[in-house]
Write a protein that binds this ligand. Sequence first.
Ligand SMILES: C[S@@+](CC[C@H](N)C(=O)[O-])C[C@H]1O[C@@H](n2cnc3c(N)ncnc32)[C@H](O)[C@@H]1O
Length: 208
Amino acid sequence: MIDERIIRQADMYFTEKLQEYHTGPQVSDWNSVEAQEVRFQQICKILPEDCNSKFSVCDYGCGLGDLYAYIGRSYSNFAYVGMDASEQVIASAKRKVDGGVFLHGHNIEDKHDYIVSSGIFNIKSDVSDEDWRKYIVETIHMFNQVAVKGFAFNCLTKYSDVEYMKDYLYYADPLYLFDYCKKNFSKNVALLHDYGIYDFTILVRKEL
Ligand SMILES: C[S@@+](CC[C@H](N)C(=O)[O-])C[C@H]1O[C@@H](n2cnc3c(N)ncnc32)[C@H](O)[C@@H]1O
């Protein structure tokens, strides 16, 4: 079970961002569209190579649903579900995005070909490192249960420059998570840590 305290905290944090900024990448705590899209570019590597493929994707922690349009630049035959812990963020996404389905919540109930998630493991506030690590592990177990073909997520990296690291953020160990995914979910796991920011992406392919 995902820790409800963490969900409530995410809800409060991002609802406040929405009230402050209303729209744009700052609602999701990204500095710029470029910072948001460099992450989209990585997580979308889990999606089919053939841009005519038909697939379903759940965007977990979808924010304002910007990924819907991003995927639409490359694919035309996909079903998109965006899910977010903040009811107000989901209401804004519904108003803003023409297409897709948006759900308030944090338990994925249906199966999808792919689960993708960008930015949900970063803001730990005063949750302990141990509890945050458990939250990540429980969440990726859920992804594994509901993803038919694969899933992708990102985290800030513990290989960040110390002078820029902040106490309220969580810097994950990419090697631990790579190893965990390999041992528990699939033989086909990629660790992407070569895109120039203090962040890494893990792709878990359940079907090649
Ligand atoms: C950093 S923002 C990223 C939004 C979007 N993925 C993007 O990149 O533009 C994280 C979003 O995930 C939501 N969130 C965080 N943890 C979540 C969880 N466990 N379940 C569902 N939503 C979550 C927050 O409410 C917030 O809107």
